[in-house]
Ligand binder design. Sequence first.
Ligand code: AMP
Ligand code: ZN
Length: 477
Amino acid sequence: MELRLYNTLTRSVEPFTPLEPGRVRMYTCGLTAYDYGHIGNFRTFVGVDILQRFLATQGYDVDSVMNITDVDDKMIARSSAAGRSLREYADFYAAAFTEDCQRLRIRPARHIVRATDFIPDMVAWIERLVASGHAYEREGSVYFRLASFPAYGRLSGKDLDGLQSGARVDVDDYAKEEARDFVLWKAWKEGEPFWESPWGKGRPGWHIECSVMAEKLLGAAAPQGSPQGTIDIHAGGTDLIFPHHENEIAQVEALTQAPFARYWVHMEFLLVNGEKMSKRLGNFYTVRDLMEKGYHPSAIRYLLASVPYRRQLNFTLEGLDQATSALERLRVFQDRIRRTPLPDTTDSGLNQAAAAASDAMVAALAENLNTAEALAAIFDLVRAANTALDAGHFGAGNRAPVQAVLDAFDEIFAVLAHDAPPASALSPEAVNQLLAEREAARRMRDWARADALRRQLDDAGVLVEDIKGGGGRWRWK
Ligand code: AMP
Ligand code: ZN
């Protein structure tokens, strides 16, 4: 079924057709590796994963790239405070990111690239921008001359003239012709890591990294007859629209004269009490934080996936408890149809309902990835099938068709398999803490939470023996 996708560039939902039939070239702005990713970051990456999984189920070969930003101001400050090299520091958080992606069953991009592995390409691109008058050097730094690119602002709807020459397009504090110009190459400062360039020692700016990696890995392979340098989809969170993506467009299109990306896809925020979850506000949870509280990564993924990506999602632990229960219902149902001895019959109405649920799920996803409607279709089927099971109508001939719908669902949502988290996820202290929390939840009659905690313990290989009158002993299984 043809996907219809909201394109930030045109501000409308459009039929999606890649430049090359059957193949989608897609770039996603990844994590800045200066700390653990929080679940706000992962909302964006789960959203991207669902898009890519849906494209794959529709028969597309998705050639995907995700970058890891491994040099920036915060990383330099933090790595030197920690007495580590920048590379060592970035390696640690890049590995943690990979681990979190695995836990959340986010399929890795085909190419996961580190910015510092492409510095010569960035330098070459900046040289071309300088040669063509779109950039200039000042005191060893190089800036993009915004006045040379009148199309600036098309993505975000900001008007270039409205961007006063005093307005800053980035927060970098270096001398420049006009305050709105943004930095491409930052001159070296004492104590910072550096790379050599025609402008002396320095390092690339953040925006140029993505442009150059996207162009090198995807744009350069543009199919014959199409504009050179054009990729199909560029994705990230909505906070990247301006200035990051706007700057990426300027850097590329100033040289290629062709559209950089045809579809711009932006994921809405995960909020906490109405504010964006962010490192800066300190209102964030990492995947690890939530696992320590007894939640399973699959429930986190379920919650993040349950709201369509263009709607903001307010995060609460209660919401995560509900996601855990909803997921539990699906798993219990799956166990039931797998294990219940069934009569040798077929309820043909139920098989029709299964086909209808499958169609409704695909149709919902095809309409700009409406995951909430897709889930509703699955729960309708679960309800009908449970009723049939209770009434003894669910026959052996229903098992495979209903299971097939669950399989198709899980190909996209990827939440049903209940892989145990790594054994190292819980220390004995953490087990005691979880048991205490479970006890407290039971006293509050919060059964969903108590069950979630029990499952978490179970998954971590903990056997709990409840003692009459409350409390419990435990041992490793
Ligand atoms: P960063 O590491 O800050 O560059 O962010 C990595 C990705 O996470 C970017 O695509 C951001 O747009 C996205 N992001 C950051 N915070 C949130 C949030 N609260 N909700 C959704 N996406 C976010
Ligand atoms: Zn980027």
